[in-house]
Write a protein that binds this ligand. Sequence first.
Ligand SMILES: [Zn+2]
Length: 332
Amino acid sequence: MSWKERVIGIEELRPYLPNKSEPDFRGLVEGLAEQQLATWPMLRDAVAGLARVEYKGLRVRGSEVLAQFNPQRIVSTGAKVDAAAIKQRPCFLCAENLPPEERGIAFGADFVALYNPFPVLPRHLVITSRRHIPQAIEGNFGTLLDLALDLGGEFFVVYNGAACGASAPDHLHFQACERKSLPIIREVDTWKGRSLSNDSGVETFTLKDYRLNALITRGNNRAALIEWFDRALQRLAEITGAESEPMINLVVTRDGGRWTVIVFPRGKHRPDRYFAEGDAKLTVSPAAIDLAGVLVVPQPDHFAKITSRDAEEIYAEVTLNKTVFDTWLRSE
Ligand SMILES: [Zn+2]
């Protein structure tokens, strides 16, 4: 099945749309949810499963973290993402390998929005490139901003770097979910910030004594944000000695006429305890949503035992340490 066949046209979607007017992208995404829930049992089961996930509230240095017991996510958390394993498996983001019932909405000429059959949060979308090209943010950051704009204020959008939690590092894609339960989005507005700069329509700041080192930028000028991001990424690559893309996760929201971009520079992909044996083992593999405060724990015994202290250690371990982070900020 090609993308042409996968992408659902407005006429086919019409019975699932709430009214007769011409819907925008957001409206089509809503209609797609109805169509997919009606015709794709796997997604229906997954969404029902999401309603049953359990949460455990943790406090990490005063910040809210929700540990989420979500057994469906073992597929992603436990995914082998080394080059050999990736080469051997059929790519699950290529049109010909998707389940037959899976349909999508075109996003621009190059991307298709699909519903994720392994959701972490409600309305979990995967926005995949029509081409099987490697996961990379260079040249695609503008698309991420456009996606946040077109989905609107109820969503957040995500980029997971190829070596930072993306389970398809070989196929360019973004994700999006409903934003209301994501702790960091509230905390960005309420936590004590440290302003770094505010010029050319781009404001940058960090959160003081926060549970991890994140750089936040805000602005309403798309071109200025892209220019800022490209420079910041380049400097991060230099400072961390990255040969290709530096390790990052991104969360982007859009409201009040401006974008907010949260950049999580990474120190490593998976914490040591992911690979530990026995009691010390904790199957947690952080990507953007985990860093943003919904920490997915697919194993029941690991969910039962995880503490605020464990979460604090994991965040510190997989994000960029303060010395290198501060060097990066000073290079602004
Ligand atoms: Zn692919």
